[in-house]
Write a protein that binds this ligand. Structure first.
Ligand SMILES: CSCCC(=O)C(=O)COP(=O)(O)O
Ligand code: MG
Length: 227
C-alpha cells in the first residue's frame, strides 16, 4: 500500500517508554517548581497557569497551589495540556544543557529517512506539546530529525483516544483517510483513528498486542508491510 502520509506517536512507538517515564518526567518533576516560581510573570507561563486555575476551578489559586496540582497530574501521567506545555519548556533546558538526548529507536531513524525519501509526508501526534516533540527530534540520539517532518499535532487538536482529534488532523492534512497510516502502541488510539478509515499498525516494542490492529515490532516491519 502506498501511503501519502504517516503519523506517528512518540512514547512506546518512536521512543522507549522508560525514556519518558524515567528521564523526562523525573526531570520535569525536579525542575518544574522552580521554573514556575522564577518565570510565572512571563506571558507564556502565566497563560498556562491561567489554564491550570481554570481546570482546577480555582481562579484565585497561587503559584504554589498550581505547582502542587501540576505535580499531581505529572505523577498520575495525566495528559493535561497546560502541564504538557510547561513540561516542554522545562525539557528545553535539559536538552540544551546536554542532560539528556531524545531517545529514538534505530529503526525509526532509518525508516523515517527512507519514507521521507519516498515522498511520504511524516507527522507526529503525541500528548507531549508540539514544542516538546520538536525538541525530542531535534536533539535525538541520531541528530536533528526535524527536517524529515511536515507537521506536529498535540492535545490542542484533541485527546488521542477521541475520534474527533483524527477528524481534525485529516482536515488539516487534506487527505483521504485510506492514504494515511497511523502508528501507535496504544490500542485505544488506533481504535479511534481506524473508526475514520485511517490505516493503523500497532507498534509492539515490549509486551503483547491486545487489539485487532496489524502489528509490527519495529519500523522495519512496518516498511515490509507496506510493500
Ligand atoms: C514529546 S515527548 C514527551 C512525551 C509525553 O509527554 C507524553 O505524554 C507521551 O505521550 P504519547 O502521546 O507520545 O504517548
Ligand atoms: Mg504511545
Amino acid at each position: 500500500m502506498n501511503y501519502s502520509a504517516i503519523i506517528t506517536d512518540i512514547e512506546g512507538t518512536t521512543s522507549r517508554i522508560s525514556f519518558v517515564t524515567e528521564v523526562l518526567f523525573p526531570y520535569a518533576a525536579k525542575h518544574l517548581p522552580d521554573f514556575i516560581r522564577q518565570h510565572q510573570q512571563l506571558p507564556a507561563v502565566a497563560c498556562e497557569l491561567a489554564e491550570v486555575r481554570k481546570l482546577m476551578a480555582q481562579p484565585q489559586a497561587d503559584a504554589e497551589r498550581c505547582i502542587a496540582q501540576l505535580l499531581e497530574w505529572l505523577a498520575a501521567d495525566q495528559k493535561v495540556t497546560p502541564l504538557k506545555t510547561l513540561q516542554g519548556m522545562v525539557w528545553a533546558d535539559g536538552y540544551q544543557s546536554g542532560a539528556f538526548t531524545g531517545h529514538i529507536y534505530p529503526d525509526v531513524a532509518a525508516e523515517l529517512a527512507d519514507w521521507h525519501g519516498q515522498g511520504i509526508k511524516l507527522y507526529v501526534y503525541s500528548s507531549g506539546s508540539v514544542a516538546a516533540q520538536q525538541l525530542l527530534f531535534q536533539h535525538s540520539d541520531f541528530g536533528d530529525l526535524t527536517p524529515l517532518f511536515s507537521g506536529y499535532f498535540d492535545t490542542r487538536i484533541g485527546a488521542k483516544r477521541d475520534v474527533s482529534a483524527y477528524a481534525a488532523i485529516l482536515q488539516q492534512l487534506q487527505m483521504p483517510p485510506r492514504q494515511v497510516l497511523f502508528l501507535s502502541d496504544v490500542t485505544a488510539e488506533l481504535d479511534a483513528a481506524s473508526q475514520l478509515g485511517i490505516a493503523t499498525v500497532q507498534v509492539i516494542r515490549e509486551g503483547q498486542s491486545a487489539g485487532k490492529h496489524k502489528t509490527a515490532n519495529d519500523f522495519y516491519q512496518v516498511q515490509e508491510m507496506m510493500q
